[in-house]
Design a protein around this ligand. Structure first.
Ligand SMILES: [Zn+2]
Length: 417
């Protein structure tokens, strides 16, 4: 997405400042107004204005006095208000259960609900609605927005272009849910939300690759703090790229797709056949994945690769095979080798990443809302967000860019999906 010139509308200035301030405080944990002003390049009066609005809207709260210095008048410390708002996050990726959570503004889970789901045919709207209603019914505070992570290709309007797993094509999910539940909705690709979760809560960096080994194989890429969407919103869909033309036939009709070589069902079949040792099968699978990713790593100079998958598959043998192959294929003395690690964030990763995406996308819309009302103003705000990191990180009355923060980096990224 190209960076657009900053507009002079005072409400845009305010929105940018709110997002930048929220981003900084959420990363630092606690900050004084003066520190915030320095980091954002805002005058005392301007920062005071932003902070008082955010405290009034329950985005930030005062948490005592700054005790880090010895003498003089102590300043008030600010932190994210984790009691003012909730975020609803829904995960449609599991095969037998649909899960949803409520989180605070920092992505900490405060409530969970789930409903059983037998995947046969296509997932019905009624089922998704029931899950959303159930999780929203648990909220004892205003809900900032609802995020839904979908296994499939999603466009920026929240339409699911294609989801094989859910049996959906061109499903306007966001429009349906906003109408049904009367609050702002964000629909995102599930692997992108895994990447966002890993970057926010785990080990992902601003230049990283997230790979998920499951029923299929999916990836998501973050370059310079921005998740890459691709021209048709399907960046990272590597499962049906051929890695061995002599390999087994795939459901897509080709032979030797990555998915036929390293997906969990295929690897479990090979392990069950016991024609090779467990270590050999898993090491070969890691090698295959490393070989498939080598060109992307060399092309983009990525710093780390996080692999999510079942512990019995994505273990030492798999990761060693991947590391050795990447080194063999990409090593040159001026190129740092990417760190390859297993994602340790557990089953809630996508749900928490999706919650972060909602916060990033909608935090500045709170100023338009009545705190006790779940009205529609936030939808419009979500629609007008440009989602570029540079805009949101740069306060309006300064030419000094604020350092990108980890949380906001991911979130801005996610907003475009
Ligand atoms: Zn295929």
């Amino acid at each position: 997405m190209s960076r657009r010139p900053l507009k002079s509308d005072p409400s845009d200035v305010r929105a940018n400042n709110i997002r930048a301030a929220f981003s900084l405080v959420s990363r630092e944990g606690k900050m004084t107004r003066a520190e915030l002003g320095r980091r954002m390049g805002l005058s005392r009066m301007a920062v005071s204005d932003v902070v008082s609005q955010m405290v009034g809207n329950r985005l930030l709260r005062k948490v005592g006095l700054d005790r880090r210095t010895g003498r003089g008048k102590r300043s008030v410390m600010l932190a994210v208000d984790t009691d003012g708002w909730l975020v609803a996050s829904v995960d449609l990726t599991q095969r037998y259960v649909l899960r949803a959570v409520l989180t605070d503004l920092l992505g900490h889970i405060v409530e969970r609900v789930e409903i059983p789901y037998e995947c046969s045919g296509s997932l019905r709207f009624e089922t998704v609605d029931a899950l959303c209603a159930k999780v929203l019914g648990q909220a004892d505070r205003p809900v900032l927005g609802l995020g839904v992570a979908v296994p499939g290709v999603v466009n920026p309007e929240g339409t699911v272009i294609r989801s094989v797993a859910l049996g959906w094509s061109d499903v306007a999910l966001r429009a349906h849910l906003e109408q049904a539940h009367h609050l702002p909705v964000l629909v995102c690709n599930d692997v992108n939300m895994g990447l966002l979760g890993e970057c926010t809560f785990g080990e992902g960096s601003a230049d990283s690759l997230f790979v998920r080994i499951g029923q299929g194989v999916g990836a998501a890429v973050c370059v310079s703090g921005k998740i890459v969407d691709g021209s048709g919103y399907s960046a990272g869909e590597i499962g049906h790229v051929v890695v061995d033309p002599q390999g087994p036939e795939c459901v897509c009709g080709k032979h030797g797709c990555l998915e036929t070589m390293v997906s969990v069902p295929r690897l479990r079949e090979r392990l069950a056949a016991q024609t090779q040792t467990r270590e050999t099968v898993l090491r070969q699978a890691g090698t295959m994945l490393g070989a498939a990713l080598a060109m992307s790593i060399g092309l983009l100079d990525l710093a780390d690769i996080s692999v999510a998958g079942p512990a019995d598959i994505v273990g030492t043998a798999f990761l060693d095979g991947m590391r050795d192959e990447l080194k063999a294929k990409t090593f040159v003395d001026y190129h740092c080798q990417p760190a390859v690690h297993r994602c340790e964030q557990g089953d809630d990763l996508v749900l928490r990443g999706q919650a972060v995406a909602v916060v990033c996308r909608l935090v500045d819309s709170v100023r338009d809302r009545d705190g006790n009302d779940d009205n529609h103003r936030g939808n419009a705000a979500a629609d007008t967000l440009e989602g570029t990191l540079g805009e949101s990180e740069r306060p309006h009355d300064s030419t000094d860019a604020v350092q990108p923060t980890k949380l906001m980096t991911k979130m801005e990224v996610a907003g475009s999906r």
